[in-house]
Each structure stands twice: as structure tokens, then as C-alpha cells.
Design a protein around this ligand. Structure first.
Ligand SMILES: C[S@@+](CC[C@H](N)C(=O)[O-])C[C@H]1O[C@@H](n2cnc3c(N)ncnc32)[C@H](O)[C@@H]1O
Length: 275
């Protein structure tokens, strides 16, 4: 695939409990109501499926029977798909298949026959052109879509240690997300706005929900990994930040060890469906 792989199975397992707690159950329920009118089985496509965490979370919230198509550009991550615990709303197991596919080549008819499309932690790592392909394929199939957990760029650490450095790191991290890497410019924190506008322009309904990670003492391993990734990306983007950012990281690490660090990382979920 043209993109750098954005996840490892270990990272996805580490973040899964925080992801599951953050996702909008209300938008999922609404999708479930929309799908009550669909012929059985419900056919769902999960884009950037990773190890299948969105499928595991969403399947029990939708009517059965269900068939899922898990699509991802990284054949390696798909080796770790685990759908053993995935059941529909009646408790019945789901049927599934995997497809290795780069979204840069997603055909316009990719979702024909789909009841709905979903994705989680994906929109912020796709390019504008890939987002347009996803939207075009949803419109062509008339398939509602639920895009979960796109980062919006706001982060809050408590206790707040140095707000000036924290804001500078946050700005540099967000610029890093939007940077041009190997000819690809990811949407980063602009993703939900861009995709929402594309669906609204097509006359579709759009609902969004704030779905922040709220991380505390019980997420210390995740917070440690997240803090390192956040600071490293900011320093890569703005190397002159390194001395202040390393001090910030060191103080954050000692708050974490003392069980005092809390981090909120903003995300948004987006549900869209035809009028
Ligand atoms: C952050 S992971 C999220 C995985 C899963 N949806 C979850 O919530 O745990 C993003 C996934 O999207 C896939 N991905 C990213 N960009 C892609 C692209 N352009 N085409 C296909 N897959 C892509 C990556 O391989 C990765 O598995």
C-alpha cells in the first residue's frame, strides 16, 4: 500500500479498552434503527479494520444476522483479526471475510450490496483523495456510514504543567498529522469536517458526537505510549522544540509514575445516511 502502516496489533490491543469506552453508543444505536429496514443479512464493511475492534464493538449493537467485510491495506495486521467474541444483537456469531486493499484504489462500486460502512481511528490518517473515494463509494451504494474516533487535535493534560510548552507541542503534533509524507498529506484533525462537508454537499444527514479518550491511572501503559508518540511527532515536526519538549516529557512521565497524570484526547464520531 502507498501509506505507511499506522498500527501494530500491540498498539491496537493497548488502546482498545479506551476506544470502546469512548465510542458513541448513541450514534451506533441510531445506525441500528436505520438498519432495521434493511433486508437480512445486514452486510457491513469495516474500513481500516486492523484487528477487528470496531467490528467486535459494533456487531452486538446492530440487528442480525450479519455478514462483515473487513478491509485494510496492511495484510500483516489482518493476520491478527480476532472475531471470535463478535456476535450480533441476538447473540449469534457473525460471518466475515477480509480484503487487503489500499483506500487510494477503492473503486466507486466497492460497497454495492452493503447495508452500511464503518471505520474507526481511520479518517485522520487518510488523504483528501482517499476520503473522497470513501464518500463516493458510500453515495454510490446509498450505504449509511459510521466513522468512529477521528482525532480532532485537542488534548488536555492534568495537572497542567506548562501550558505554553503544552500548546506548542499540540500545534506541532497537529501540523505533523497534516504533513506531506512520501507524497501523502493526511487529513489529521481536519478529517471529520472535510468528510462531513462532502456528505452534506451530497444532501445526506450528518450527526457527530464528541468521543474523547479520558485517560487516568488505570490506563498508565496507554498514556505512556501516547505521550511518547505525541512528543516524538511534535519534535520531528519542530526540532527546535526538543529541549522544552523533553523536559515536558520527563515531568509528564514522573506524574504518570506517581499515578497523577490525566489526559483527555478529543475525538469525534460521525454518522451519515441518505435523506
Ligand atoms: C489506527 S488503525 C485502526 C484499526 C481499527 N479500525 C481499530 O479501531 O482498532 C488504522 C488502520 O487503517 C489502516 N489504513 C490506514 N491507511 C490506510 C489506507 N490508505 N488504505 C487502507 N488501509 C489503511 C491501517 O493499516 C490500520 O490497520
Amino acid at each position: 500500500m502507498s501509506s505507511i502502516s499506522t498500527a501494530t496489533a500491540g498498539w491496537l490491543a493497548l488502546r482498545a479498552p479506551a476506544d470502546d469506552a469512548a465510542r458513541s453508543a448513541e450514534l451506533a444505536q441510531r445506525l441500528g434503527r436505520i438498519l432495521r429496514r434493511s433486508p437480512a443479512p445486514i452486510v457491513m464493511h469495516d474500513l481500516g479494520a486492523g484487528t477487528g475492534s470496531m467490528t467486535r464493538w459494533l456487531a452486538p449493537r446492530l440487528p442480525g444476522p450479519q455478514r462483515w467485510v473487513l478491509r485494510d491495506g496492511d495484510a500483516g495486521i489482518l493476520q491478527h483479526v480476532d472475531l471470535a467474541p463478535a456476535v450480533d444483537a441476538t447473540g449469534a456469531p457473525i460471518l466475515s471475510e477480509v480484503v487487503v486493499e489500499d483506500l487510494a484504489e477503492l473503486p466507486a462500486d466497492a460497497f454495492h450490496g452493503a447495508s452500511a460502512v464503518t471505520a474507526s481511528a481511520l479518517l485522520d490518517v487518510v488523504t483528501g483523495e482517499e476520503a473522497e473515494r470513501i464518500v463516493r463509494a458510500c453515495l454510490s451504494a446509498g450505504a449509511p456510514a459510521l466513522f468512529s474516533l477521528s482525532v480532532t487535535g485537542e488534548v488536555r493534560l492534568r495537572p497542567s504543567d506548562d501550558e505554553v510548552v503544552e500548546s506548542a507541542i499540540a500545534r506541532a503534533f497537529n501540523d505533523h498529522q497534516r504533513r506531506d509524507a512520501d507524497g501523502r498529506r493526511m487529513l489529521g484533525p481536519d478529517a471529520v469536517g472535510v468528510v462531513a462537508d462532502l456528505f452534506r454537499d451530497a444532501g445526506w444527514n450528518v450527526r457527530t458526537a464528541a468521543t474523547p479518550w479520558r485517560l487516568g491511572r488505570q490506563h498508565s501503559a496507554l498514556v505512556g505510549e501516547w505521550l511518547d508518540g505525541w512528543v516524538d511527532a511534535a519534535v520531528e515536526q519542530r526540532p527546535e522544540l526538543a529541549p522544552a519538549a523533553e523536559d515536558f516529557r520527563r515531568r509528564g512521565r514522573s506524574q504518570l509514575t506517581a499515578g497523577r497524570l490525566r489526559v483527555d484526547v478529543a475525538h469525534q464520531d460521525l454518522l451519515t445516511w441518505p435523506r
